[in-house]
Ligand binder design. Structure first.
Ligand SMILES: CC[C@H](C(=O)O)C(=O)SCCNC(=O)CCNC(=O)[C@H](O)C(C)(C)COP(=O)(O)OP(=O)(O)OC[C@H]1O[C@@H](n2cnc3c(N)ncnc32)[C@H](O)[C@@H]1OP(=O)(O)O
Ligand SMILES: [Co+2]
Length: 133
């Protein structure tokens, strides 16, 4: 794990949250992207070397919709940059962590991603992120 690649934040209303975080971080959203496979709309803000990913649900079956229903708005996941997501997935599996997919899947911002079940990661939803070549 090289560094925190982004912090994912679940929001109810993307427009309102974009306005809030642009004011809070004193910077503008630099990219928005729909990730159909996750049924989410994302918006990215850069804060120094760190990335914030705002996530709005596009359907009730989206993981974000379920999270919002249960916990409301707030920090949803922590994403870590890895050099070799396949090797990292194998390492985590061998260490007893539960991965939420057998293969990496396309994520936002041109990355390949995989999630670790929060129940095996101390209550934190962890995302592995590898830049897609
Ligand atoms: C990929 C695009 C983009 C990117 O960066 O590129 C994204 O980041 S997309 C982000 C949205 N997609 C995902 O989160 C996919 C992975 N998530 C899942 O598969 C589910 O959300 C899962 C399995 C973590 C939870 O599923 P579900 O909500 O259906 O199950 P439960 O509500 O029963 O939850 C089980 C258990 O986990 C706790 N939980 C759920 N979500 C979180 C969370 N974000 N952080 C911490 N804990 C979480 C939940 O409270 C339950 O615990 P319990 O003690 O039983 O209440
Ligand atoms: Co993410």
């Amino acid at each position: 794990m090289n560094k925190i690649e982004h912090i994912g934040i679940a929001v109810n209303d993307m427009a309102a949250s974009v306005a809030l975080y642009e004011k809070l971080l004193n910077t503008a959203v630099y990219k928005t992207e729909t990730v159909e496979s996750e049924q989410v709309q994302t918006a990215f803000l850069q804060s120094g070397p760190n990335k914030i990913e705002l996530l709005e649900a596009l359907s009730p079956d989206s993981a974000i919709a379920k999270f919002l229903e249960k916990k409301g708005e707030g920090i949803h996941h922590v994403a870590f940059e890895v050099d070799d997501i396949i090797a990292e997935m194998a390492r985590l599996k061998s260490e007893g962590f539960i991965l939420l997919s057998d293969e990496p899947k396309p994520g936002a911002d041109n990355k390949m991603v995989c999630f670790v079940h929060p129940k095996t990661a101390g209550g934190v939803l962890v995302e592995l992120v590898q830049g897609r070549s």
